[in-house]
Design a protein around this ligand. Structure first.
Ligand SMILES: Nc1nc2c(c(=O)[nH]1)N[C@H]1C(S)=C(S)[C@@H](COP(=O)(O)O)O[C@H]1N2
Ligand SMILES: [Mo]
Length: 210
């Protein structure tokens, strides 16, 4: 048997929970604020900021639905300590978006934007992970409104707040900037395997000054 190559692969092969997490039966709904109403005629997915050619890129719902579809099996770890294991997410890989709307070579981080101004920042390396997916489906079914329909991001190797529900776009950034929860006391990186829960745990270089 070969050795797993990356840290990500190793972690996805682990059957245990990250430290401090407990298994959740069922799938609870967790978010801040109301569930937005989906208006297909107004919906668009936008890539903006430091793109390679300086242009924005937009997909309406029909166009986005026609992008290549992949599935990723991944766990969901909420920082409030529950985890859901082995969910099957279906949707468009972040890598596909990066290919269709390439970032400038100076891009280091991305901000994921959702309805009502919710946002989450991740390092470009987290976004380029082969398992980071803009999910439209869970367990073969369309997402429900409460779980993020029509689109949510799943970054399997980070705490679930890094995966906005009701996503509307991605901003390519040439420097790091904190998102919604990262400005409100949560860790800038959010790796559940090293329990990066709160911003007071951050070391030098983990995030912009608060
Ligand atoms: N737009 C938006 N997305 C969000 C949140 C939120 O408050 N707003 N909460 C995050 C948090 S903290 C968690 S744990 C997961 C929960 O996803 P679920 O409700 O599908 O279980 O959504 C994440 N995505
Ligand atoms: Mo969460």
């Amino acid at each position: 048997m070969g050795q797993p190559r990356s840290r990500e692969e190793r972690e996805s092969a682990q059957s245990g929970l990250p430290p401090g997490q407990r298994l959740q039966r069922g799938w609870p709904v967790t978010h801040y604020g109301p569930v937005p109403k989906f208006r297909p005629e107004r919906w668009e997915f936008r890539v903006f900021g430091a793109t390679a050619d300086g242009d924005k890129r937009c997909w309406n719902h029909e166009e986005f639905s026609a992008l290549p579809f992949s599935t990723v099996v991944a766990d969901l770890h909420c920082v409030t300590k529950f985890s859901m294991l082995g969910a099957e997410w279906g949707g468009v890989l972040a890598r596909t978006i990066l290919e269709l709307a390439p970032p400038a070579p100076t891009v280091t981080h991305v901000m994921i934007w959702a309805e009502y101004g919710y946002s989450a920042n991740v390092r470009l390396a987290d976004f380029t992970s082969e398992r980071t997916v803009f999910a439209t489906h869970n367990g073969g079914e369309l997402l429900t409104a409460e779980h993020g329909f029509p689109l949510r991001l799943v970054v399997p190797h980070l705490y679930a707040w890094k995966g906005p529900k009701w996503v509307r776009g991605v901003e390519y950034m040439t420097a790091d900037r904190r998102g919604f929860w990262e400005e409100r006391g949560y860790h800038n990186i959010g790796d559940p395997w090293s329990e990066q829960r709160y911003s007071y745990q951050e070391g030098p270089g983990d995030g912009p000054e608060l």
